[in-house]
Design a protein around this ligand. Structure first.
Ligand SMILES: *[C@@H]1O[C@H](CO)[C@@H](O)[C@H](O)[C@H]1NC(C)=O
Length: 285
């Protein structure tokens, strides 16, 4: 064998090994999630590598993580309902239970073909939300899979899209703002009909002749502290990097870029809604 082919064989062997590792690394949806509703409309496919949700006139569908998380860095790739998705909402969020629950929300509000989706975000603490920020995206979220991430550690909650931070909710407990830090949360997602409010504030209704509507999920990846039923929490893999991760100056600049060019609603600037003054985190962030 000459050197050339020996080297290229090594390259082939290395790339085979890498693709094998990639297959091993992507989490198995069967192991991580339970389908919770939708009577067969939610499906786990390709040996646990793909999950699809669908919605028709009778029902939507949804899933929930088996694990409860208390802090984590959670990534998922989503490909949203294509074509005329007006009236549909794909929700993807972390939430704890009960009337004083905490919640970290992404919601994708569908639209007519060619019109932009709205990415809606919110943070609930102790049952109280009212912290909406909405964005357009800088790509068509229905053409391909894109990564939507939540970093939740004791210092802040950071929402990122394809690695670009779009929103930060800082821990400002020292200034009297509640922060989610003691209630474990599950990861949920659902696809449902919300044509009473989702698209142009409810003006555009779901066109059921386009049903079923389908959203797809792949490459779930979590580095998180997992709460077991006995109440203990184990962090895996090592929590060192994400647990203390913060935005840094590049991240701050990216958020400013997104907010300047793509933010379409911010509760912190809605004077009609808060005539008596904005919530405290608005001036502290
Ligand atoms: C849908 O498209 C219209 C027109 O471009 C836009 O005003 C609206 O923000 C878009 N998104 C939703 C979810 O309504």
């Amino acid at each position: 064998m000459n050197i050339q082919s020996c080297v290229s064989n090594k390259v082939i062997a290395a790339s085979l090994l890498l693709s094998l590792l990639a297959v091993v690394a992507a989490a198995d949806f069967n192991k991580e999630f339970d389908i919770t509703w939708g009577d067969g409309r939610a499906k786990i496919l390709n040996n646990g590598q793909l999950l699809t949700l669908s919605l028709d006139k009778t029902s939507g569908s949804g899933f929930k993580s088996k694990n409860q998380y208390l802090f984590g860095k959670i990534d998922m790739q989503l490909k949203l309902v294509p074509g005329n998705s007006a009236g549909t909402v794909t929700a993807y969020y972390l939430s704890s239970l009960g009337s004083t629950h905490d919640e970290i929300d992404y919601e994708f509000l569908g639209n007519l073909s060619g019109d932009p989706y709205i990415l809606h975000t919110n943070v609930f603490t102790q049952g109280k939300g009212n912290r909406e920020q909405q964005f357009y995206l800088w790509f068509d979220p229905t053409k391909d899979f894109h990564t939507y991430s939540i970093l939740w550690n004791p210092q802040s909650i950071i929402f990122s899209v394809d690695g670009t931070p779009i929103r930060e909710f800082k821990n400002l407990e020292s200034k009297g703002v509640q922060f989610p830090k003691s209630q474990p949360m599950w990861l949920y997602s659902s696809l449902w009909n919300a044509d009473d409010w989702a698209t142009r504030g409810g003006l555009v209704k779901t066109d059921w002749s386009q049903a079923p509507f389908t959203a797809s999920y792949r490459n779930f990846n979590s580095q998180a502290c997992i709460r077991t039923s006995s109440g203990t929490s184990s962090c895996s893999p090592s929590k060192n990097s994400w647990f203390s991760q913060s935005l840094g100056s590049t991240g701050q600049q990216r958020i400013k870029w997104v907010q300047k060019n793509y933010m379409i609603y911010n509760y912190c600037t809605d004077t009609k809604r808060f005539p008596q003054g904005f919530p405290p985190e608005c001036s502290l962030s």
